[in-house]
Design a protein around this ligand. Structure first.
Ligand SMILES: *Cc1c(COP(=O)(O)O)cnc(C)c1O
Length: 402
């Protein structure tokens, strides 16, 4: 008998009733420190008063219109995001995968509009994650996600992450774009080096390719800059955003330069819900906070302090934690035990975190956590590691410490 909810997820058997900041509460009042944050979505934590106010105020006025009419909230959000980024224009979506779909279509259309429709191929990277639609599973190239769904959509050439020579070798007469996550999230919290991103930018310019960034997970302040590519000192031609931009309300966006977007004229793309008034009210409220003076600076300080504590944990538990990696508050612990074991042990201590590839435990707290949450995380991970160590054979613990 199949579950009435399509069983594509192995869900954790916890039911939460409410959330407050970085904390989640079950019905029976048990409290969890939430470093999943809806997979890097709840950038301001749960039930942030400014977001609650924006949503409830809009809910009493107007929910949905369709894009047959002007939507002032969307016009305002677009103006603010163009002011704050490289972009001249953007398309609003309801998810990350849809933002990537728009980015892929736009890249193809750009070359078509330039009279080179044959340049539809996009270079992507091993370990990438771009979503679960047919185009984005083809772009991501993960065989687990492609298996059984028929022929993969053509047009993607995958090369090893960080391998410039492989990118160069993959460029052919049909190549139109390069698509990369500045920091791979699902792929194991693996950062592209900033020099590598600069090399890709130069390569794209040299060959007339579009540089497309997927900042669905690493964007919106997560790395301590509004967008991760700012660390590299480059700008993309097209960028997909989602997750954090809605703070928990489903919102995505595909941002672009005027040049890259030139093929996307009236009628070429659409979405019934994308950018609806409720979504735009919340996304504007997220920006109110993230763009506040000092917010991103505080994220960088918080990230530094959390990272120091994690390094301490690695020193204390060398048989469990092999490496601390990531940028800003997109952090990962590569573990020597199966990552799921540490995640379960942390949950038993009252802390939630998601897994990533490469045997990594991801730590994705809300961006506005304070000292109490950093201490709380340290204590819970420390206790979880101690329990796992106690279960290990004594030689393993000694061997790792030596
Ligand atoms: C989550 C994610 C996506 C897909 O977003 P959805 O909202 O799940 O469709 C795409 N790219 C990256 C980097 C992501 O982390």
């Amino acid at each position: 008998m199949i579950d009435p909810v399509l069983p594509t997820y192995n869900r954790i058997d916890l039911v939460f009733e409410r959330g407050e900041g970085a904390w989640l509460f079950t019905k029976d009042g048990k409290r969890y420190l939430d470093f999943t944050a809806g997979i890097a979505v709840n950038v301001l934590g749960h039930a942030h008063p400014h977001l609650v106010a924006a949503l409830t105020e809009q809910a009493g006025k107007l929910w949905h219109l369709s894009n047959l009419f002007r939507i002032e909230g969307g016009e305002r959000l677009a103006r603010r995001l163009t002011d704050a980024t490289f972009a001249d224009t953007m398309f609003f979506t309801n998810s990350g995968a849809e933002a990537l779909e728009c980015a892929i279509k736009m890249a193809r259309k750009y070359h078509s509009a330039n009279g080179q429709p044959e340049r539809y191929r996009i270079i992507t990277f091993e370990g990438a994650f771009h979503g679960r639609t047919l185009a984005t599973i083809a772009a991501g190239g993960n065989p687990k996600y492609l298996e059984g769904f028929g022929p993969a959509m053509p047009g993607f050439d995958q090369v090893p992450f960080g391998d410039l020579a492989a990118v160069k070798a993959a460029i052919g007469p049909e190549t139109g774009a390069i698509l990369i996550e500045p920091v791979q999230g699902e792929g194991g919290v693996r950062g592209a080096s900033w020099p590598f991103l600069r090399e890709l930018r130069a390569l794209a310019d040299e060959h007339g390719l579009l540089l497309v960034l997927d900042e669905v997970q690493c964007g919106v302040g997560r790395t301590g800059k509004l967008f991760a590519h700012e660390w590299a000192g480059i700008t993309p031609d097209i960028m997909a955003v989602a997750k954090g931009i809605g703070g928990g309300f489903p919102v995505g966006a595909c941002l672009a330069t005027a040049e890259a977007a030139k093929g996307m004229t009236a009628g070429t793309h659409g979405s019934t819900y994308g950018g609806n008034p409720l979504a735009m009210a919340v996304a504007n409220a997220v920006l109110d906070v993230v763009l506040e003076d000092g917010f991103l600076e505080r994220v960088r300080d918080t990230a530094l302090r959390l990272r120091q504590r994690l390094a301490e944990l690695k020193d204390r538990h060398p048989a469990i934690i092999a490496e601390v990696r990531g940028e800003g508050l997109l952090l990962g612990l590569r573990t020597l035990v199966p990552n799921g074991e540490l995640i379960a042990a942390m949950r038993a201590e009252g802390m939630l975190a998601p897994a990533a590839a490469d045997n990594v435990v991801r730590l994705l707290p809300p961006l506005n956590i304070g000292e109490a949450e950093i201490d709380g995380a340290f204590e819970r991970i420390d206790a979880a590691c101690a329990k796992l160590e106690a279960a290990l054979k004594p030689e393993a613990v000694k061997g790792a410490a030596a």
